[in-house]
Design a protein around this ligand. Sequence first.
Ligand code: ZN
Length: 462
Amino acid sequence: MIKKPQPIDSNLHEKDFQLGITKFGLNSDVKFCSKCIISNQRPNSEIEYRHTAGTKKKTIYFDENGVCDACNVAARKKSKIDWEKREQELIQLCKKFKSNKKGEYDCIVPGSGGKDSFYTSHILKYKYGMNPLTVTWSPNMYTDWGRKNMDNWVNSGFDNILFTPDRKVQRLLTRLSVENLFHPFQAFQFGQKSLAPRLASKLNIKLIFYGENQAEYGNSSDDLSSPLMSNRFFSLETINENEIFLGGVSVSELKSKYGLNDNDFNNYLPLKTDDVKKKNIEVHFLSHYLKWHPQANYYYAVKHGNFITSPERMPGTYTKFASIDDKMEDFNYYTLGIKYGIGWTSYVASWEIRDGDLTREEGIALAKKYDLEFPSRFSQDLYNYISLPSNEYPKASKNFEEPIVDHEYFMNLHDKFRSPHIWKKEKGKWELRHKIWETDAKRNVSKKSDIYTWEGNKKNNT
Ligand SMILES: [Zn+2]
């Protein structure tokens, strides 16, 4: 039985802090990168099928100069990579996979019609002569402007398969991932990662192109040496129902306690590694071959696809053009902020600093202003989405002391995920223990850095 969350005892929380207890296996020594504004608490991408409440997070690596891996990768991109050679590799790759049968697709580009998938598919088709099939694992709750961008994508010359998963299943899995992992985006991410390989296997298409390599945002920089996405994100050697977790609950338990059956899991389970190998499916990142610059992708999508921005600033950050398709995005970033103390602004500003679109000082000022703002605009949509009324979920709802989520429920739940080394409660208010705008004031950091002068691929693309 999953208990209704109660307000947490802030004295116990403080005691845990004194004892040096942290959540998610995080390092208690919080540091900020000296080039961007990300902290060393930033988790690497997770193999979600193994993710449970007890998972210890691997976090971004900082070198001996206090520079994060993402900044080092960005610097290497600027100085050490021969981009002309990389483009030639892309041309060769396209040549190898180009279908010689008329009317056949030669690659799949997964995406939701955001700026990055737009750029990826458009440049592959119109500059490199590929015939891509675009595929979309539907957002949980499309925003109006996200839906329009999806149409704009198709209108600009692409076939698209929009796959909308069974919402009843997705809502239940999302409730569990919020409850157990405070991760409202997990169920979506299963599909986002595995839909393209699954369809590639069924349709006999051998090449998949994602846009960016996650290493650019601070996964292990070893991942960056390969143009390929590791199979471990979407496939497993063996499918063992006791060892695969969705929403932090094993598949066998989901069957026995939550009323789900094999059909319900079809699109959430990983593929078998052997099957992926037998079909010779390769999953590549376009960012390996072409300089990746999110802001330039945005301009590109406006110019070639009538891409529209969100009508308002996204809560928790200052931009209007990134991660705008799904009403759930606000909460995705907000929950990361609660767990790791890094809000949406810190993420966006850090990549903009690396790309030379923003100075570090501007990033810090923006983080002070917007980071960790509560995303109230779609909060009721989220609560409705993860509520499990007994008439809709006769079996699953019995596992919850309170199947319906309201604001009080959510707020008590989210306090459970605050790690003592990141948060303190003062005068009834939660405060970050480490704020970059306070920490940084004590330090004399050079404003000049070579990565600030890099202008990205703006000129090439637009
Ligand atoms: Zn950095």
